[in-house]
Design a binder for this molecule. Structure first.
Ligand code: PLP
Length: 395
């Protein structure tokens, strides 16, 4: 018999995953070229050749006992050193391997961080709309999710006045995700500075740290030279969760890392606790082969232009058809207003045209839908006549 904790999770299994399964079913029925699946964030760009070459090199030239063996629960020191070096070069920090903990992607990084900081009943704040798994991750560690409402009038920037009202003595962390899934916006430096000033003031008032957990799987995906602020530079109690799932198209390899800056509260104790949390989560350590390969690819560039071109095409085409879309600054998601109040009804109507998208309520953003455009450019082109038919139902 399954636990009471799991029962609601089974009942409300992820809408994104369900849509993905639906896409596979429709592709079998109608042929993949006639299905326009914008549901899941599974990158369509192949990983850089250097990743494959690094994997082969590691396999051919390194001691197999090392390649396939256990290592420190925080990961290989040389991999962590290479990552620290990359961050130092880009952001002017002075990290060493000590500040980096290798994880099984960002999902695991988030869970390790939450396990490290949360006592039962402590609160973690998210800004709607947000990546829905955050609620599950927080509950995994007996935390309580507090949601700051969405800010459609303010370009979906975080509502800082509401944040201030919602911080209590029990608040332990605020999660931010920049560039953002599902809206595609980037919070600029002024917003981060304001957020940092507010949290510093609140920390003093309540007498304990409030962490920013900066979830950054889309850090490299910023368009037109937009700058994604590196949060630890603005706020000492920042813990970063990073992933190579999107930047190097490696979601199935499950590789990412945590940054614990020396400036953060009790950094050494935090690092020790997070390393143990990594072990006892059941992951033990991040996968060894891909850690060693990543070490050789830390300076590799993400193919941002590919996503930018897709985003531009989809945004312009759908706007021209009459849909109201938020112009994406980064990541690979288009956030679109549903032409009817109940966006689930709109998602069902779109399915008639074999167009799959995710209802905004799956991100605490009802009245909107998310289109994930990490697909081929051809899929976008082929989908436009279908969107035109869909638009005719509304405009
Ligand atoms: N955080 C956000 C905002 C995401 O969109 C995702 C995946 O889509 C993750 C975390 C999890 O990423 P990973 O594959 O690295 O676990």
């Amino acid at each position: 018999m399954i636990s009471d904790k799991m029962r609601p999770l089974v009942a409300n299994n992820s809408a994104i995953r369900q849509m993905f399964e639906e896409g596979l079913r429709l592709a079998q029925e109608y042929g993949p070229e006639n299905v326009f699946d914008f549901s899941i964030g599974n990158p369509n760009v192949p990983p850089p050749d250097s990743v494959k070459e690094a994997i082969i090199d590691v396999l051919n030239n390194m001691d197999p006992i090392k390649v396939h063996g256990y290592m420190s629960n925080a990961g290989f020191p040389e991999t962590r050193r290479a990552i620290a070096g990359n961050l130092n070069k880009r952001f002017g920090t002075s990290y060493t391997e000590k500040n980096i903990i290798m994880t099984v992607g960002a999902a695991s990084a988030m869970n390790v961080i939450l396990k490290t900081i949360l006592n039962s009943g402590e609160e973690v704040i998210c800004f709607a709309p947000y990546f829905f798994e955050y609620g599950n991750y927080i509950r995994n560690h007996d935390g309580v999710l507090t949601v700051v409402s969405a800010n459609p009038e303010g370009g979906f920037m975080p509502k800082l006045d509401e944040l201030e009202e919602k911080i209590t003595a029990n608040t332990k962390a605020v999660i931010i995700n920049n560039p953002n899934n599902p809206t595609g916006v980037i919070y600029p430096e002024e917003v981060i500075k304001e957020l940092a000033a507010l949290l510093e003031r609140k920390e003093k008032e309540i007498g304990h740290p409030i962490y920013i957990i900066s979830d950054e799987p889309y850090r490299e995906l910023a368009y037109g030279g937009a700058v994604v602020p590196f949060i630890p530079k603005y706020y000492a109690n920042t813990i970063v969760a990073y992933s190579y799932s999107k930047s190097l198209s490696l979601p199935g390899e499950r590789i990412g890392y945590i940054v614990v800056p020396d400036e953060s509260d009790g950094a050494d104790e935090f690092i020790a606790a997070a390393t143990i949390a990594n072990r006892i989560s059941g992951s033990v350590n991040a996968p060894s082969l891909i850690q060693l390969a990543i070490e050789r690819c830390v300076d590799e560039k993400c193919n941002v232009e590919y996503y930018e071109r897709n985003g531009k095409r989809l945004y312009e085409a759908l706007s021209e058809l009459g849909f109201s879309c938020l112009k994406p600054d980064g990541a690979f998601y288009l956030w679109m207003k549903s032409p009817v109040e109940d966006e689930k009804e709109f998602v069902q109507t779109a399915k008639k045209y074999n167009i799959l998208m995710v209802p905004g309520s799956s991100f605490a953003g009802p009245g909107h839908v998310r289109l994930s455009y990490c697909v081929s450019y051809e899929q976008i082109e082929r989908s436009i006549p279908k969107f035109a038919e869909l638009a005719k139902e509304y405009f």
